[in-house]
Each structure stands twice: as C-alpha cells, then as structure tokens.
Design a protein around this ligand. Structure first.
Ligand code: ADP
Ligand code: MG
Length: 729
C-alpha cells in the first residue's frame, strides 16, 4: 500500500514561509483602503447626499430613491477606480457563512450595446433567488421570494473585483431569514431602553451603542495533511486519531514564539484585514499546538459582527495562499483545547460614556451599577436562552469539556464588584441620601476604585465574566456567527432595562425621590439575581450540583437546549422588544434542529466510509502479515517454541480481530439507527434521536479505531496522525 500520508508529511515538513506583499505605506494609511467609509463618502458624494447618508447610517433615517441613486453613483465611481466590475448583496443566512451572488455592472443600453450601470434601486434592494437557504418553512416554494436590503450602518467594501453591499435578508412576507435583521432590531431595542435609563442622569444622551470585541481562535493545518484527512475535509474535525504522546501538557505553545510560516500567514491576513477596515490588533499562539488567536479593537456591534464574518472568510482564503487550511471548528482535535470566540460586550453612549465602566463620581457609579445589575438580571432570567444562542452541534463538543466554559451560564464579577453589590444589598434606607452634593451620598459607591479593571482575578472558567469595563461572553463558538449571541444578549438586556425603568418610575410616581427609587429596585434585583453570580470553579462537579439547586439551566443535550427559544418568557422577550415573532422563532428552531441532524448525519457517513476504506483494510492487511509470520515461525521452529515466540503476535491478531469486528458491527448498527431516525418527521424529535443514539456511537467506534492506530504498523497507516497534523507547521 503506497502512502499518500508520507509524501504529504514530507512536503509539509519542507514547506517554507510564503512571501507577503507589504504595502509601502503605514498601516494607518492603508487602513480602510477598500471600504467606502466616511472619508470616501465625503470625497465621492455631493455634500447634501453625504449628509443624508450619514443621517441614515447614524440615526436610521429613511433614504429616498433620488438620494440612493446618487449614493450608488458615487460608490460606483469609487469602486471603478479600484477596477471593480461586479457588485453583490452580501448577507448572512442561517448557515455559518455569508452568501453572495455577483452581478456585473453591465446593462443593455437599448441600442444593441452594453453600458455600465449601478442604480440606487440595485443598491438598496435585490431579490436573490435564494430559495435554497435554510428558512425553517417560512418560505414554501410558491412564495419563495426573499429580498435583501441594504444596511447603510455597515459600509460597503471591495473584495477582488466585487463591490460588497452588506444587507439584511428577509422573506417576502417580512420575516427575517438571516442574522443581521434581528441583530439590528435587538441593537435598536437596547439603544432605546438604555437611552431612557440614561436620562435619569443625563438628558443629553441620544444614543446608546452596543460594542463588541471578538477574539477569534483557530487552528492551522498544513494543506497537504488536511487533504489526506477526509474527516477534516468534510466535517471540519477529526473523527478519529489517537492523541500524540506530547500535546499541550508542557504548556509550551501558549504565547510562544509564532512559527515563521504562520507568522507570514498572520501578517498577510492582518494587512488585508486592515485594508478592509477591520481594526485587527492582537495575535498570539493559543494553548493547543497549532492553535492561534486574532483579536481586533472593539467596534459597534453590527459592524463587529460583519467584520468577524468577513475575517473568517478572509482567513480561509489567505490560509490557502500559505499552504494551510484554517480550522474554525470548535473542537477539531480530541484531547487538546477547542476554539472559542470570546465576545467582549459593553454599552456606551454617544456622549462618550462607557456604561459598563465605573466612573469617578457617585452618580456615575450608580449608573454603572444600574447597567451591571440589569445585565446580571437579564442573564439570570434568560440563562437558558443565552446558552441556546451559543449552542450548536460543533460547539457542543467544546462546552463542558475541561478547557471551555461549562454548559451552565453563570457570571463572574470578581471580588471588588461582588463586594459593592453585597454592600448595596445590605444598606438600609437610611443610607440612601440624595446624590445632591458633590459627596452627598452615604452609599459608599463613590469609592469604587477605578482600578476595578482587575486582570489578576480573572476566572477563565466563567462563561460570562465581568472584566473591568465589559462582560466577556466566553461560551461563543469559534465558528459561530457572533450575531446569534448578540441578538439574545442585547434583547435580554433591552427587555430588562424596560422593566427596570417601569419599576423605578412607579416608585417615583408614588413620591419616592429618583435615587432612592433606583436603589430600591436595584437592591431587589441584586437579591433576585444572586443565583447567576458564581466566582468559583465552573469546571467542578460541585458547581453542577450547586447550579441545579440554584435553578439554572443545566441541560446538556444540544437539540433540547434549543427549546429555550420557544419558552413563553423567551417569546415574550423577543416579541415585546420587536426583535422576532413567535413564527420567526419557530422557523429558526426548525433550522437549528435540521442543521444539527445533518451535521451528525454527515459525520456518521464519513466515519462509515473511513472505516470501510481505510481502517478495516489496513488493519486486516497488517493482521494478515502477522498471521503469515505466525505460520512461518512454525516452519522454522518446533511447535512449542514457535507457539511461545508467536504468543504476542497471536494476541495482537486477536486484538485486531476484536476491534475490527466491533467497528464493523457498530458501523452497521449506526446505519440502522440512522434509518430509524430518518423516518422521524418532526425535526426536533429527529435531532434528539441523532443526539441520543447516533452521536454516542461515533465516540464508541472512534475508541476502537484509535486503539487500532496504536497497534497497526505506522508504515501502513494511511491517515495523517495527530502528531503530524498538530506539530507540523
Ligand atoms: P483577553 O485575551 O485578555 O481577554 P484581548 O486583548 O485579547 O483580551 O481582547 C479583548 C477584546 O475586548 C478586544 O477585542 C478589545 O478591543 C475588547 N474590548 C476592550 N474593551 C471593551 C469594551 N469596553 N467593550 C467591548 N469590547 C472591549
Ligand atoms: Mg478575552
């Protein structure tokens, strides 16, 4: 048997860093080169059009057709100078990626020739024939039309020869079919609710933005090795592979020197990201071998989500130019850390106040505590939903494993902030003196040290940790669209802030002074949301028991976790904030269940094929060699001696027989289980069947394959091993 494995291993070993085209100017100069940002709008648009567009971007003001035409003309002029010939509505369907369909600028000129055209109509709205995107039944075929509509709050950009226009994707009947539409609604809801609360302190606040700073973790694998692993190629993760003798136990990869071939990739990626206006800043090795992280400076949430989607596709593309494949799967390798995408989230006002950061005055700190406590309340009340928002077939492998957040949502506040909240909870009404004078408050909150930004007592085991001026939602998966988590979180906080304001106003109406009313409600909340606060070790078994006692959602089955979207309190939350209707939520859950099923189904098929085409043939061939040897021994030695000399080989022959027969039997059983599950019509039930019966079989079969890998002659093993996939770069 010839081995592709050895030739790809050899090639991978010899691979050299690829040259990177470095612009001959400073990053600040090429930043946003391919983005139609404000600077370019100003340059390419008439001043009145510019003002109208900025109003649409910042305040969601409607744009009429004339303005759209002029904007489109300006965009096209700018894009043409970059050699652009096509445009596309770029949207985020309910898959993991983005979608685009390119159209050339050309139109008939009516005289038998062609002219280049790009009108406001084409910019603002399209009807992509997108009936094959997941839609959960919202669009049955006779009303299959959907349309994409421009989102002016995210600037258009150029990739290669194409002008990309960020859009929402909506069914003809108005339901959203993507991530962006509900995200924009969630952001608008939290904006409104937070502005109203800010008005207790500052009537000049007009807008509150949600900010997002994501940290993208990923693996790189040499392209040749990747191609020799059908499981990586088709499912994004290894379905088999024995742990290498060395993996991450020496902790020598984290923050280590970046290998030169990887450094070239990162450099190339960063240059192209900056040119696309993505403010990338941080890069480093992660914990697992061949695992890395990339993080930009945080941005307004909608833009940050778009930028994360864009960077994931950029990573895939650029990795290939460097002979790598990027693995965004949450758990590509068993036994080493998986990849997440921490979502650093905060709120800030148009007056420049970061609402999740402590301030200098009593008033600022009270406002800070309002936002912290209401966030905790939102997370507490919707902890199951937040878990559902980050759950997927792929992230399920990571959550609850020992290096990732547990599958229970709790929040870490750290010592100082915990003390502040405890103090506030215990304070009596007598402590609540008005905020009138400069230091006229006995509440002690003016004393919150600014250095609450305490990096030392960070708790890596917490899925939702306060980190000084923001919360870090760590449970988000590396492959996920951040929008899913951001929709749930911002909507929950929006709903909570509305409730808070209603309660405070009711007290004020009864004659309670503002501050006292606020503090009373906060005190009640601090007591109520205590179950969500947990600063201990989130990985421990004691926590699982404790969390169950506290009434937190401890479900671990992915398809069942999705039920959280359809709980009455979730539907109420999404409907009252105008973010999604019950119909949309139901449809999206159908998509989630279907996707879950398909993912496991594909894995099961791939594993079946690998077993029949690689594992069993190789193991059997090796076994035959051993049998041959046993027979030959008999020709050389007397019966007794031959038997004794062959004892180990005979034991191996038996072991191989046991493992291969287990594997074959269970692959057959898995096929049978799939047939049963496939007959289930209800998507939820089907997904549960896949979760309960088929997914565990994948693990059981793998166990025996991995044992065989240890037994079979290395020369004969066809699939690149973990030590090759993870240690060659
Ligand atoms: P760490 O790995 O220590 O958590 P990083 O520096 O890798 O931190 O990433 C932190 C991320 O948080 C960055 O994207 C950063 O811009 C972002 N961030 C910092 N402050 C805020 C904030 N107030 N709101 C949202 N994101 C923030
Ligand atoms: Mg972080």
């Amino acid at each position: 048997m010839t081995s592709l494995r050895f030739s790809v291993v050899e090639k991978a070993f010899q691979a050299k860093p690829q040259p990177v085209a470095v612009p001959d100017c400073r990053p600040s100069e090429y930043f946003g080169k391919y983005v139609f940002n404000r600077e370019k709008m100003f340059k390419y648009l008439p001043s009145t059009v510019y003002a109208r567009l900025v109003d649409a971007m910042d305040n969601g003001a409607p744009m009429d057709r004339d303005i759209a035409d002029e904007v489109a003309a300006g965009m096209k002029r700018w894009a043409s100078e970059l050699g652009v010939t096509h445009y596309t509505h770029w949207f985020q369907p309910l898959t993991e990626g983005t979608a685009e369909k390119h159209d050339a600028f050309v139109e008939h000129d009516g005289k038998g020739g062609m002219m280049e055209e790009f009108s406001g109509k084409l910019l603002v709205q399209q009807e992509p024939d997108a009936s094959s995107f997941p839609n959960g039944g919202i669009r049955n075929t006779f009303e299959a039309r959907g349309y994409s509509a421009w989102d002016p709050s995210s600037p258009v950009f150029v990739v290669d020869d194409t002008l990309c226009i960020p859009t929402v994707f909506i069914a003809y009947t108005g339901e959203s079919l993507d991530y962006k539409a509900p995200l924009l609604k969630a952001l608008s809801a939290v904006n409104k609710a937070a502005v109203d609360v800010c008005h207790y302190f500052d009537p000049d606040v007009k807008k509150v933005m949600a900010y997002l700073g994501w940290e993208q973790e990923y693996f790189l694998v040499d392209e040749g090795l990747y191609a020799a692993r059908p499981d990586l190629l088709l499912t994004g993760r290894t379905l088999m592979g024995h742990e290498a003798s060395k993996n991450q136990q020496l902790e020598d990869h984290y923050f280590g020197a970046i290998p030169s071939r990887v450094a070239a990739f990162m450099k190339d990626l960063e240059i192209q990201a900056l040119e696309l206006g993505i403010p990338v800043k941080t890069r480093h090795n992660e914990v697992a071998p061949n695992q890395f992280e990339l993080a930009p400076i945080f941005e307004e949430c909608n833009l940050a989500v778009d930028h994360n989607m864009l960077i994931m596709s950029l990573m895939r593309k650029i990795a290939r130019n460097h002979g790598f494949r990027v693995l965004l799967h949450e758990k590509p390798f068993k036994g080493v850390n998986g990849s997440g995408k921490h979502n650093n989230w905060s709120l800030g006002t148009d007056t420049g106040v970061l609402l999740m950061a402590p301030g200098k005055t009593a008033e600022e700190n009270l406002r800070f505590i309002i936002f912290i406590v209401n966030t905790l309340m939102a997370v507490y009340r919707h902890n199951g939903l937040l878990k559902a928002s980050i759950m997927s077939a792929t992230n399920a492998h990571r959550l609850g494993a020992n290096e990732a957040p547990p599958a229970i949502i709790s929040s870490f506040l750290g010592d100082q902030l915990s003390k502040v909240l405890d103090h506030m909870e215990e304070s009596t009404s007598d402590d609540l003196v008005s905020l009138g004078g400069k230091h006229g408050l006995k509440l002690d909150i003016p004393q919150i040290p600014e250095l609450l930004i305490d990096n030392t007592d960070r708790n890596r085991t917490s899925p939702f940790a306060f980190t000084g001026n923001r919360f870090e939602f760590r449970a988000v998966g590396s492959e996920a669209n951040c929008a899913s988590a951001m929709i749930a979180l911002n909507t929950a906080v929006a709903e909570q802030l509305v409730i808070f304001k209603t309660e405070v106003d009711a007290l004020i109406e009864k004659g309670e002074p503002n501050i006292s009313a606020i503090v009373q409600v906060l005190r009640k909340y601090i007591k109520e949301c205590k179950p969500i606060r947990f600063d201990g070790n989130g990985y421990s078994d004691e926590w699982k028991e404790e969390a169950a006692r506290r009434g937190l959602d401890c479900e671990t089955s992915c398809p069942v976790i999705f039920d959280n979207y359809l709980k009455p309190e979730s539907i109420r939350m999404f409907e009252s904030t105008g973010v999604m209707t019950r119909k949309e939520l139901e449809a999206r859950n159908e998509v989630k269940w279907e996707t879950y099923t398909k993912k496991i189904q594909i894995e099961a098929r791939v594993l079946g094929d690998l077993v029949m085409n690689h594992i069993v043939p190789v193991a059997t061939e090796y076994q035959s060699k051993l049998i041959d040897n046993v027979f030959k021994m008999k020709g050389l030695f007397c019966e007794e001696e031959a038997a004794s000399l062959s004892a180990e080989n005979i034991a191996l022959i038996k072991k191989i027989a046991e493992h291969t027969s287990y594997i074959k039997e269970h692959v057959d059983a898995m096929v049978a289980a799939r047939k049963v599950a496939n007959k289930i019509a209800d998507e939820r039930e089907k997904a549960i069947a896949y979760h309960d019966t088929i997914a565990p079989m994948l693990e059981q079969i793998r166990y025996h394959i991995d044992k065989l890998e240890l037994i079979v002659d290395d020369q004969m093993w066809t699939l690149p091993k973990y030590r090759e996939l993870l240690f060659i770069r």
